[in-house]
Structures are given as C-alpha cells and as structure tokens.
Design a protein around this ligand. Sequence first.
Ligand code: HEM
Ligand SMILES: [Cu+2]
Length: 565
Amino acid sequence: MAHVSELPTRPTGKVVDRDTTTRIPIEDVRLSAANLSIAFLALLFGGLAGLLQGFVRSGYLELPSWISYYALLTAHGVLLVLVLSSFFSIGYLYAGTSKVLGGLHPKTIGFGWAGFALMSVGTVTAAFFILAGKANVLYTFYTPMQAHPWFYVGLSLIVVGILLNCVGMFITYQSWRKNNPGKLTPLFAFFSNAVFVLWVFASLFIAVFVVGLVIPWAFGWVPTIDPMIGRTLFWAFGHTLVNIWMLTSISAWYVSMPKIIGGKVFSDSLARVAVVILVVANVPGGFHHQILDPGLSVGLKFLHVIQTFMIIFPSLMTAFAMLATMEWAGRAKGVTSLLGWWKILPWKDARFFALIVAMFAFIPAGLGGIINASNQINQVVHNSIWVTGHLHLTVGTTVMLTFFGVSYWLVPFLSGRKMTKVLNRLAIAQTIIWASGMLIMSGAMHINGLLGSPRRTADTTYGGHNAAADWAFYEMFMALGGIILFGAIVLIVYIWTQLAFFAPKGETDFPIGEDFSEKDASPLFMDRWSIWVTLGVISIAIAYVIPLFDFISGHNPGSLPFLMF
Ligand code: HEM
Ligand SMILES: [Cu+2]
C-alpha cells in the first residue's frame, strides 16, 4: 500500500490551514460532516423510539392515542438501519477516501451534495408519514400491508440519493486509478469502493421493489401485488445491507486499528480477498430470511443457505487477521511472552476500546446468525423476539460500537479539534454502558424468544394466558437495557457535540495503517472491479433468476392492499 505522504494531492480545492483543521479539502470536510450530522440525529430519535417501545412492550407505558407502537417500531427500524447506517457510511467513507486519495474529485462533491439533498428530503418525508400514523408497516414494509404512497416515495428518494453517492465514489476512485497507472489503490479506498458497489446491488433490488411494484400499487394504478416477489426483492436488498454494514465496519478494523495500536496492517492481500468474497459470494443469501416462506423449493433455500455460510470465510479470516495484527504489534515492540502483547494493547484509548468490544460482540452475534440460517433451528426462533435480540447484537452492537469508535477520530478530524482526556474517558464509559445495555436487552430478547415471545408485538400478555406468563420477567430486563442504552445515546451525543464544537483546537489524524511488507502487496488485477462486479452479477443471477422467473410466470393472483392507516 502506498504511503500516504507519497500520494498526490488534488490540485483544485483549498487545503485549509494545517494547524487549525484537517488535511483534506474543506469541501470534503463539509460534505462528510453534513452526512454525519443526519446520522447522529437519526440515532437520537431512533433510540428514543426504541426506549419507548421497550416500555410499551413491558407494560410500563401506555402511548397516547395519536401514536401507535407500530409507528414507533417503523420509525425505529427505518431511522436506525436505513438512515443512520447509510448517512454514517457515506460520511465516514468519503472522508477516509479523501484522505488516502488526496481529495475527492470535484464532480464527486456535486454528486455527494445532490445525493445528500435527496436522502434528506426522503428521510423527512418518510418520517413525517410514519409519525402521522400513515405507515405502520415496520421496517421491512412487507406487502400486502400498505402504507401511504408518499412514505414509499420518501424511501425511494433515499435510495436514489444513495445511488448518486455511489456514482460520486466511483468517479473519485476511477480518476485516481487513471492518474496513478501501475499503482494499487490504497486499502481504505478499496474497501470504500466495495461498499458502494454493494450499495448499487442493494439499491437496484429495492428500487425495483419500491418504484417498480409498490408505488404503482400504493397509488392505486394497479390493483394487486405479489407478496412473494416483494419479500424476495426486499431481502435481496436487506441481506446485502447487512454486508454493507459489515464491510464498512471491518474497513476500520483492517485499516485504522493497526495504526491506533502502533502496528501495521497484517496482510494487504488477505484484506482484499476478504472484501472480494463479501462482494462476490454473499449478496445472494436473502432466502435465509424466508426459510419459512411457502412457495420456495427446499433446493432454492438450500442454495441460499450455502451462500449465507460463505460469510464464515471472510469472518474467520478477519478474526485471524485482527489477532495477528495485535500480536505482531506487540512483538514489534519487543514482547516475547506468549500473551504479553495482549496486555500492552492501548486499552485506555477509546478508539481502540470501542473497536475491540465491537469485535467481541461479533462472536455471539455470528453464532446466533448460524442458528438463524439453519433450516431446522430456524423453526424454533423464527419471528420470535430472539431475532430482534440477534440484530441488536450484530448491527446494534458490533456495527454501532465500530461507528462510535470511528467517530472518536472522525469527528475531531473533521472539526479540527482534539480528543481530551476527559472526553476519552467518557467515551470508554460510553462503550461499557452501551455494551452492558445491549447485553442485558439483547440477552433478555434471546431468552424470551426461546420461550416463544413474538417479535413486533405491542402487547404480549395474551390476556394473562399462562404461556405468556414467563415473558414478563425478561421484559423487565428489556426495558432496563433500553434505559441504559438511551443513557449511552445521550452520552455519545454529548461527546460528539464537544468534539465537533467545543474541544480544544488541534490536529487529529485519520489513522491509516501501513502494510508490513512490500512482498505482501496484492496483484494489480485486484483493482479491476469489472471482474468482481461480473462475478457478483453471476452469483446473484444463479440465486435469483429462477425463483423470480417462477413467481412472475406462476399466475399468482396477487393481493389487494391491507391498509395500515
Ligand atoms: C436505545 C437503544 C435501543 C433500544 C431500547 C431498542 C429497542 C428495540 C425494541 C424494543 C424493538 C422492538 C421489538 C419488537 O417488538 O419486535 C426493536 C426493534 C428493532 N431495533 Fe432496536 N433498540 C435500540 C437500538 C437499536 C439500534 C442501534 C439499532 C440498529 C442500528 C436497532 C435496530 C432495530 C431493528 C432493525 C428493529 C426491528 C424493526 C422491525 O421489526 O421492523 N435498534 N428495538
Ligand atoms: Cu441476511
């Protein structure tokens, strides 16, 4: 990987005064900061919705008549997994790419702002219709439940906005390659490009679903819709979204973590191979969300489960690479004892601490995923609140703690300020509070799921039926976890505000790790995205062409809408 100082800087665009702010052009800073601000607001409001849900479910709170549990649940899901995750990824990946490639292309800035505007308008539109009680269709917006048509218009604006951001990223990436023939793109940019390639795959599925099928039906232009096609397209998107979060998160583990611990990237080529596997092999796995759906052959479900398990390879490679990075960093500092390198890791640095706790959370999260994807055991946990427990460990803990860790350098990097000792300590406390809150809430969700408690249900007393009696105890812990988590959200919003506006001025770097050895550099063809995109398209085609063709030619009568408002 090229050393950052050797990289060319963009000729156009002012580089602002070095000792007051960052070393990327101010235009790039503004774009990134705008995206992050929306992500942070989404966390605040989405988290508040989560807290209220926990209370309603446990029976501690009755909502006023103008808002329903299902409106809150829809707001919570959409704001956190769609809005927060996409705005954050864009803000983070654009800033890091600007750093390693010496600035974003001027056209990228244009596409970035256009995308930002569409995504923001889309978010406000969708949020308005959710809060107005016109879109109680939950985050998966499964048809034939029908929301107000403008809710779907809002969602599609978000998707189109994301696509514009993809174009923006590709322009910068390709123009760097053109200006640097014979050089391998820096590892961070490789990750970044991969995430946006996945966004294109994911967006196309959801665009066909929402724009092609749902909007005409919601406006009443066509009378019926085929729920099977809807669910299939939704999960082709939804499962890819999971890979988008994971790739975004592991980019920080592979590229920034080594620098933070004073080591080097363990293996550039191993990292790139892991990225390519995630892009090529794992997109089509969506049917593992539909294991209990009728109308899909066992063979097809089996195929998707195999493709789901493809994720085990990059996950184990990542686990190996992370531990190796940490051990080598210690050895390079002269540690000779078996586990001495573990002790000297920078445990008191919040940037590292948040990342390592995130990595640890991925162990139970991944194990739960294997359970969910297995046909037999899925029958036990399907649609129970176990699944909600699982997703709070994966995206709620592993991904969120990584995002928090990233923000501890990204926000001051953008604002031209420095983390103080006090803020660093608060950030460590935040990590511990978040992890404990999630452990309690998600642990209780897992147990209650095994006891049969359903997900997405406001009232789980079932009129005092015996079967439901055992759940109340664990629901108390769900609510308790929710309070702890909301406290952690208030704390991190405080830390972000300080880092953005009030912390002392100074230079904070975006940590970019260097590679251990030249020998380990990947071959140049790794940068030929045409190869990976083609392989990705083939693997998607294998998984989806037959079932979609079956649905379309299956003379399904379709369903009239069930109005959710
Ligand atoms: C204050 C922190 C949080 C609390 C108290 C909380 C609580 C909850 C509760 C009670 C449910 C609904 C359970 C049900 O009836 O099925 C839920 C669902 C969900 N949560 Fe959270 N959560 C929090 C943070 C997060 C975060 C950070 C994410 C992701 C980034 C997240 C993603 C989701 C998703 C995707 C659902 C499912 C929505 C659906 O079924 O459509 N949550 N959460
Ligand atoms: Cu999935």
